[in-house]
Design a protein around this ligand. Sequence first.
Ligand code: IMP
Length: 431
Amino acid sequence: MNIIVVGTQWGDEGKGKIVDLLSEEADYIVRYQGGHNAGHTVVSGQNTIILHLIPTGVLHPEKVGVIGNGVVVDPAALLEEIEMLASYGVSVSGRLFISEMAHLIFPYHKALDKASERSKGSRKIGTTGRGIGPAYADKMARIGIRVIDLFDPPLLRQKLESNLTEMNLLLKEAYHLEGFDFDKMYQDYLGYGERIQSYVTDTSQLIHRAMGEGRHLLFEGAQGTHLDVDLGTYPFVTSSSSTAGGACTGTGVGPTQIDRVFGVAKAYTTRVGEGPFPSELHTGMGSLIREKGGEFGATTGRPRRCGWFDAVVVRYAARINHLDGMAITKLDVLDGLPEIAICVGYEYQGRLIHEMPASLSVLQSCTPRLVRLPGWTEKTAGVTSYDLLPQNAKAYLAAIAKEVGCPIDMVSTGSRRKETITLTHPFSAPK
Ligand code: IMP
């Protein structure tokens, strides 16, 4: 069984916990896009571990983690993460594999990311500043440097010299910044190459072999549907294909090899960075949800913008990813609220819209059409059985499933693995 897990909102849906949980039934956990801009938080025993680049499933000692060709790899960040895991007693040696075709992030990508954000002023995207956009831009411009190039010193020299000359010119002339020293960067990257070489392989072949042996694969999406470069709220998106389709091009598997697509949605909505967000709460309710939900970026620590559950956003994700089922996370954060609202449509110039408009200026001018439901006073925190949920919480979940048009298979009621209600396990659900 091969399953893709995707975020259905703007990232931070709690995919880390769900992927970690589903990894119990998977043999291989595969990242297919993004880079260390992601922040997947997992509570494992007494530890809270945040993974940015390495697939979440490696926290299970016998599982294999794969970084596919669609990912952009900052080797310094990768090595740091390997060391961080080792400090928790987690060794990835012999069970972490990195695609030789993945593109590399260089320090000039990070510098350019930050400089370009600064120069945009109020039009900034609010990126994580990790160099993700510029690294993908080089890939698309066909001047990117790939992991495999680290093992061909003359080629690395030639490509890096050419890129750095251009990049230094841009940094100096357009942004009045210092450039980078070629020799240092070249030596640093040759050194990274030596240190990561044992992890590097043809991951597409590895994945195909595993599939042939009947292993279970979990494709772990990073960010969320509305941050997808093609299908998200462009240009306030990340630079990769975070929707289900990206799992195929980002790993080298065909669409017919995927059995299920599973979406993760938070019981309310959050967004980090800039961009339209129709159901955003600018009131004390927004701050209350932020505080109760600990809604601060796992990668940058930035406060997340909070709002009511937006069914238009998740309905779109259900269609774009063709979701078979979904998990609703952080239900417990809504415990004790007297009333909860769901955004079921957008009002725009006297009309009611049920679908995401492509035009950002239209989306920016939309106001949410809210349906209000009574809250619940009982605790859902830690509940593990659907039957034990308060009646109003069940009604809230039923309203979400109806509005989105997708069954809810799992509900998360806390950050620990066991604080989960499983109605249908994605790995045992019939196709
Ligand atoms: P970038 O991916 O750093 O280029 O940032 C582009 C946009 O995606 C910004 O709004 C970021 O806040 C957002 N973003 C990137 N990664 C994540 C994530 O893992 N969770 C939530 N938002 C993200």
